[in-house]
Design a protein around this ligand. Structure first.
Ligand code: NAD
Ligand code: NAI
Ligand code: ISE
Length: 337
């Protein structure tokens, strides 16, 4: 049976997810789309030759009788409202990151889901589906580099729009590391500090860029993450894990190595859509399969909450310049793995 999807938000990633669910993945079709930019939603549907209904309001997508599961791909501040509405309607929902703008907002979703009695929410943390991160985790779990001592990471975008502000480095960008590094190290953050290097002249007036976020985990691992969203040269995700017996590094995306004019060159990607294209395919195929099997297994509302607990502490640390504690409550049995 084909799973009927409704998509709220037809911007950059919404269009990508509509395309992959309609043209690449198996077992689903997009039957409803909405966006506050109605013309954009119409264009997303027509450009792919889909028969989906276009709605002016996301709530109408959630409540459409033929929609069985929802993808929330609208702007970050809208995620909580749409995810809560989908859970209230008893429908499965894949929500892009962040699950909500604060841990408090994520917790409202956790409570609503527990009250419904089964997992309905998957968060769009796709890095655990990326083959490079999976290989890195296997090296750590197999003990190949011994106990983990330190991680050095970087999240670099070529440039960002004028509406991207200093706090979004945490809530929109670092949120991926906040999720994937917990998963990678099987650990939780204990403290966080944010330091600001010299700001690049390429950042607009309201943005401090780059930023360096320093964590200590409960196991005593030290993590540094550089967020640099106007790095100019490309989209670049780095993760190096230093262990007692060796060092493991996230593989670079494969590219042709070119020897020419006395130079040795590799192409660097410039867009997140390309860097994680396979991971998005795998995460959404898993969501489709899991919904059909009536049992979600991907990143949960609790994972969304955990990332936002850490994000809240990072936001505080951005302002205070102090070392801030991260207080993560115990995982409820409902979310046991
Ligand atoms: P975008 O701005 O290109 O698209 C968002 C779209 O949502 C816009 O078309 C906007 O009009 C629409 N929208 C906003 N509020 C809406 C609402 N209430 N109802 C319906 N539509 C609404 O942004 P994007 O790059 O596509 O990102 C969308 C979301 O996906 C964000 O939450 C972002 O954090 C997330 N995202 C995740 C990844 C990832 O790697 N996992 C990558 C990109 C974006
Ligand atoms: P975008 O700005 O391209 O698209 C956002 C869309 O949301 C816009 O089309 C906007 O019109 C629409 N929108 C805003 N408010 C709305 C509302 N109330 N109702 C309906 N539509 C509304 O942004 P982008 O890059 O597509 O990001 C969207 C979301 O996806 C963000 O939350 C972002 O964090 C997440 N994202 C996730 C990525 C990932 O790797 N998982 C990558 C990029 C984005
Ligand atoms: C974007 O919203 C994403 O989620 C991308 O994966 C990320 O790398 C980028 O920094 C965000 O703006």
């Amino acid at each position: 049976m084909t799973l009927k999807l409704g998509v709220i938000g037809s911007g950059a990633i919404g269009r990508e997810h509509i395309r992959r669910c309609s043209k690449v993945l198996q077992g689903a079709e997009v039957v409803a789309v909405s966006d506050i930019n109605l013309e954009g939603a119409r264009n997303a549907v027509e450009s792919l030759g889909l028969k989906a209904e276009v709605y002016a309001n996301g709530m109408d997508v959630i409540n459409a009788p033929n929609v069985e599961a929802i993808l929330v791909t609208s702007w970050d501040p809208t995620h909580e409202e749409f995810t809560l509405a989908a859970v209230a309607a008893g429908k499965y929902v894949f929500c892009e990151k962040p699950l909500a703008m604060s841990a408090e907002g994520c917790h409202r979703i956790v409570e609503a889901e527990i009250a419904q009695g089964k997992r309905l929410v998957q968060v769009g943390f796709m890095r655990p589906y990326d083959s490079g991160y999976r290989a890195l985790k296997k090296v750590i779990d197999d003990g190949d580099i011994g106990e983990v001592l330190m991680l050095h990471c970087a999240h670099r975008n070529q440039s960002v729009a004028e509406n991207y502000t200093t706090d979004m480095a945490i809530t929109n960008t670092l949120i991926h590391e906040l999720d994937v590094l917990r998963w990678l190290t099987d650990d939780d953050y204990k403290t966080v500090q944010v330091v600001y290097p010299r700001t690049t002249s390429k950042a607009h007036a309201k943005l401090k860029d780059p930023q360096v976020v320093l964590f200590e985990t409960h196991k005593g691992i030290r993590i540094d993450v550089e967020i640099f969203v106007n790095c100019a040269y490309g989209y670049d995700i780095q993760c190096e894990v230093v262990g007692e017996e060796g060092i493991a590094r996230l593989p670079e995306p494969s590219s042709i190595q070119l020897r020419k004019d006395a130079r040795l060159a590799n192409t660097i990607l410039t867009d997140w859509k390309d860097r994680f294209i396979d991971a998005y395919d795998v995460e959404l195929q898993a969501f489709i399969n899991d919904v059909k099997a009536d049992r979600l297994t991907g990143p949960s509302a609790w994972d969304g909450f955990a990332a936002s607990v850490a994000a809240d502490a990072c936001l505080k640390a951005q302002q205070s310049a102090a070392i801030e504690p991260v207080s993560m409550p115990p995982r409820p049995a409902f979310y046991s793995r």
